[in-house]
Design a protein around this ligand. Structure first.
Ligand SMILES: [Zn+2]
Length: 88
């Protein structure tokens, strides 16, 4: 699968300033412990424009699947991308 094939929902990962270790489905995993922002591969800023250089990147967690404390600006920015992708 190439990057081109990815839908916008899969292309935006979750990223957060703080994390905690929690047992998820029988294994210990890093989970967000602060507001969750969206970030795309190859970018160093969130969709709402904050630098993520020192933040934890959840490469295996799609932003759209995050249930708790999602950044509203990132959510809006992602919704905008969906709308643009549909128009093409
Ligand atoms: Zn954000």
């Amino acid at each position: 699968m190439t990057v081109k094939d990815r839908r916008p929902s899969q292309a935006a990962f979750a990223t957060a300033t703080f994390t905690e270790t929690r047992r998820v489905g029988g294994e210990w995993r890093q989970v967000p412990a602060s507001r969750v922002h969206a970030k795309t591969m190859g970018s160093t800023v969130t969709l709402c424009g904050q630098s993520t250089l020192s933040w934890f990147k959840f490469w295996d967690i799609a932003f759209v699947t995050v249930q708790s404390d999602r950044c509203p600006q990132c959510t809006d920015a992602l919704a905008q991308r969906f709308a643009e992708a549909r128009r093409r």
